[in-house]
Ligand binder design. Structure first.
Ligand code: T4K
Length: 390
């Protein structure tokens, strides 16, 4: 057996924030200092809102202090109530946004290839209490937006997309924010485009944009009128300034991630039982995560065992999204939460592994991660086929 690869000297995480040159951020902050305007719809905020709209090619954008608040406000603005159909294969913020706005999440199974909501499962889950669909473009893979649109029109349902992972995703050349009534983006530090914490709603309707802007600012219309019970969801000027600078470097980061993805794809293709989650030809991927899927029978090692062994090499891959949201205590008693009802999502949550994926990892870093994965898989297979000594 070949010598094991050398562990990384420092922890290699699933992601690292893309940090623009500090002097660029300092220059942007100078405006903020000079204006002494730190939050509440400042100039940096207005400029970033415009730039994000241009980047996402969407008519209206509303910035938020994080993606979760943006989702809460979208649920309120679109009057979701009763039951809302969603996926269990997501970050807990997705069903939490429904629960916080007094809707009941109804979990549906996902498509085995895209891991997004299966339209047939959505159809089957609709009841007279259903008011909407909250789909997630998980790992940046678009939901079947056209099928979902047809269902929504036929059954008079609102559609919100959680596009926390899908900044920059395009479908047949169309930006992902073109679909649904509202689309949420997260600008958390772990996202390719980020403002440390932050988020946005992309909308196509001007009246809805006005209502969303009110809702994120306590419902305050003017000094004497509060027209609805809003929340504080505002993005501040320091966040917006960071976003303006980060946006300038996003294409460089995307190129670096594209090169890393090519290394992973080429190297992992030769490993039995390991497959890579890839966008189909008609999709421009967001390059938010690089996802491998480990089939224990084929690979000779389970996803969990590989995840654990990688840590000994200082590689901190993540099991997004395990357990499923439907398995958490706050949701497991829902009728839609049983594993038998969600077999595809359940299997995915036991096989998916998000590998380190960020520009500064570089192609060399990706090769080293692959050397380690290959070594672990070979060793496990050799161990499994060695004659048992009794
Ligand atoms: N919907 C979906 C589908 C989402 O995935 C998310 C968020 C949301 C909604 C909600 O959006 P926000 O309200 O967050 O805007 C992370 C993020 O905190 C979370 O934003 C994200 N999804 C989720 C998928 O990933 P954790 O628990 O994995 O974070 P954490 O702290 O373990 O970070 C992961 C790794 O990133 C660390 O091991 C090291 C690295 N890291 C992290 C931070 C914060 C850094 O290098 N620097 C940093 O500053 O949730």
């Amino acid at each position: 057996m070949a010598r094991p690869p050398t562990p990384f000297a420092e922890p290699v995480y699933v992601t690292r924030p893309m940090l623009p040159p500090l002097d660029e951020y300092a220059a942007e902050l100078k405006y903020v200092w000079e204006s002494a305007w730190l939050t509440n719809a400042g100039q940096r905020h207005a400029l970033l809102e415009q730039r994000i709209g241009e980047y996402l090619r969407t008519p209206y954008v509303s910035l938020f202090n994080n993606g979760t608040t943006a989702l809460l406000v979208a649920c309120r603005a679109l009057h979701l109530r009763g039951e809302v159909i969603t996926t269990p294969f997501t970050f807990p913020a997705t069903p939490h946004a429904l629960t916080w706005t007094n809707s009941t999440p109804v979990f549906c199974d996902v498509d085995p290839t895209t891991l997004t909501l299966d339209p047939a499962a959505i159809e089957a889950a609709i009841t007279p209490r259903t008011s909407g669909i909250l789909g997630v473009h998980v790992f940046g893979a678009p939901c079947d937006v056209r099928a979902i649109q047809r269902i929504a029109e036929r059954r008079d349902l609102k559609v919100i997309y959680d596009a926390a992972h899908a900044f920059g995703t395009e479908l047949d050349g169309q930006p992902i924010a073109r679909f649904g009534d509202a689309t949420m983006f997260s600008f958390h530090a772990t996202k390719l485009f980020h403002t440390a914490e932050g988020g946005a709603l992309a909308i196509r309707d001007e009246t809805l944009k006005r209502e969303i802007d009110l809702l994120k600012n306590f419902g305050i219309k003017n000094e004497v009128e509060v027209v609805m019970p809003g929340i504080n969801g505002k993005m501040n000027e320091l966040q917006a300034a960071l976003g303006l600078v980060t946006l300038r470097h996003i294409d460089r980061e995307r190129r670096a991630r594209g090169e890393i993805a090519a290394v992973y794809r080429a190297r992992l293709a030769s490993l039995p039982g390991v497959s890579c989650f890839a966008a189909p030809d008609h999709v421009r991927p967001s390059l938010q995560y690089f996802i491998a899927r480990v089939n224990a029978a084929g690979a000779g090692i389970s996803r969990d065992a590989l995840w654990a062994r990688l840590r000994a090499f200082n590689v901190f891959a993540r099991r997004y999204f395990y357990p499923l949201c439907s398995e958490h205590d706050c949701y497991r008693s829902l009728p839609s939460a049983s594993a038998a009802h969600l077999p595809v999502a359940y299997a995915a949550s036991r096989e998916v592994l998000a590998l380190p994926f960020f520009g500064t990892l570089g192609q060399d870093g990706a090769h080293r991660v692959c050397d380690i994965i290959e070594h672990i898989c070979l060793e496990e297979r050799a161990r499994a086929s060695a004659p048992q000594v009794l």
